[in-house]
Write a protein that binds this ligand. Structure first.
Ligand code: FAD
Ligand code: UDP
Length: 394
């Protein structure tokens, strides 16, 4: 590799965390940035590409952009136009397709009309119209009718899906996970309620290409940073030479430290991509299989991307299992529980001993972040680093 002195900052990973930080440091800080990415492409898990059938797919699972954060939306809008897509999901539940999050439409489909009306009134009186009530909160209700409703939703929407996705019952998980999909006390059938929702008009990979297209950014794909970095006490060496500029690491933190305290647990996914000789496979972007099947959900990409293609469509079935660290497996989801978080804290403490090392992103921070939250984090870290740089220059 070219001599490290050619660069002011080093970034490991070209997903949202790495790409946003690279662009900020290069553009606003005038820094020369080297990005190392172990995969053969940029974009991290948001990467998309055309498959052999000409369908635009998301190789690492369906990604829908949504945010309430104006800065994040404006920031990304510099690099893409948006296809206005609002995600809608249904659950395949004993022969019916009920809107998810479970809402008043779902309620009227699942129960006889009179009972549904009474439940709707009761929910509104108890929690307020438009409220989002988590399943764990609803299950605490002492009202017999609400308790029965909570049991219904728990059994038909959460129990089996969560078991497949996490290998655990909903009540044994960090409550923030199931809270992502609450019971929604309105007629709103959308999966997300954020102000801004959409898909990059030309796809995510094009967005990343635009973001990383800057004369001060060099991206090296197919390059595992661990083959080039050595950590010696408080110093990071790049190809054997001390590197004193900021190092932003967006990979799994246990891997950076050779798993010295043991492996951090994750869930991984297997995707089964299938192409069918028909224009449409299912009515919605995603169908969740909440009471049957071994896979959790089926996504049909053309709904998400708006791609117009006659007589062909591609779907992905998602299967979740424990991550083992085997070659080629990807750690997709951190498993948030007290044991894992305290193991993570040990790794974080190691990282904090190295003054120029910054952990950023879903893996490095061992968090369940959506894309917009990562972009916000990357902008905020870049702000801090640029401020430091300014202070040094004074
Ligand atoms: P990543 O995208 O994982 O990027 C990290 C990069 O670092 C990877 O490219 C990796 O190869 C690279 N790397 C790691 N270690 C090394 C190393 N040693 N050397 C070199 N490179 C390395 N969010 C939403 O907002 N909406 C959605 O609809 C949505 N759907 C999702 C669906 C699935 C199935 C999953 C798993 C996640 C979804 N997300 C969604 C979350 C989204 O994927 C993340 O928020 C985002 O990808 C995080 O970006 P990141 O840069 O932190 O991590
Ligand atoms: N969930 C569920 N049934 C559903 C949808 C979600 O039980 O139909 C639970 C499940 O535990 C899941 C979590 O809510 O892991 C968060 O769902 P989300 O769709 O946000 O997951 P992601 O898209 O991040 O995989």
């Amino acid at each position: 590799m070219e001599h490290q002195c050619s660069y002011d900052c080093l970034i490991i990973g070209a997903g949202f965390a790495g790409a946003v930080a690279a662009r900020e440091l290069a553009q606003r800080g005038n820094q020369r940035v080297l990005v190392l990415e172990q995969r053969s492409h940029i974009g991290g898990n948001a990467y998309d590409c055309y498959n052999d059938d000409g369908v635009l797919i998301h190789q690492y699972g369906p990604h829908i952009f949504h945010t309430n954060n104006q800065r994040v939306y404006d920031y990304l809008s510099q690099f893409t136009h948006w296809y206005p897509y609002e995600h809608k999901v249904v659950g395949a539940i004993h022969g019916q397709y009920l809107p998810i999050p479970f809402n008043f439409h779902s309620l009227h489909m699942a129960f006889p009309e009179e009972q549904a009306q009474q439940l709707e009134q009761l929910l509104t009186d108890t929690y307020g119209h438009g409220r989002k009530v988590t399943i764990l909160e609803l299950r605490k209700s002492r009202h017999p009718a609400l308790k029965a409703l909570a049991d219904y939703v728990y059994q038909n929407v959460f129990a089996y899906y969560t078991q497949k996705q996490w290998g655990t019952a909903p009540e044994d998980m960090d409550p923030s996970v199931t809270a992502r999909v609450p019971v929604l006390l309105s007629q709103d059938d959308r999966y997300f309620q954020d102000i801004y929702q959409g898909m990059p008009a030309e796809g995510y990979t094009k967005l990343f290409e635009a973001m990383l297209d800057h004369p001060h950014i060099t991206v090296r794909t197919k390059t595992d940073a661990r083959d080039h970095l050595t950590i010696q006490e408080q110093t990071i060496l790049l190809d054997g030479v001390p590197f004193s500029g900021p190092v932003i690491y967006t990979g799994a933190v246990d891997a950076l430290f050779d798993h010295v305290f043991g492996r951090l647990p994750y869930r991984t996914l297997d995707f089964s991509f299938e192409t069918y000789p028909q224009t449409e496979y299912q009515t919605h972007g995603t169908v969740n299989y909440t009471v049957s099947e071994a896979y959790t959900r089926i996504t049909e990409f053309k709904h998400l991307t708006g791609q117009k293609l006659e007589g062909k469509t591609t779907i992905a079935k998602e299967y979740s299992r424990a991550y083992t660290g085997a070659e080629g497996e990807i750690p997709y989801y951190a498993i948030l529980n007290p044991d894992n978080l305290s193991l993570y804290a040990k790794y974080r403490a190691l990282a904090q001993k190295i003054p120029n090392l910054h952990l950023l992103g879903r893996l490095a921070e061992y968090r369940y972040y959506n894309m917009d939250a990562i972009v916000a984090q990357a902008l905020s870290l870049s702000d801090d680093l640029l401020k430091e740089q300014e202070n040094k220059a004074l």
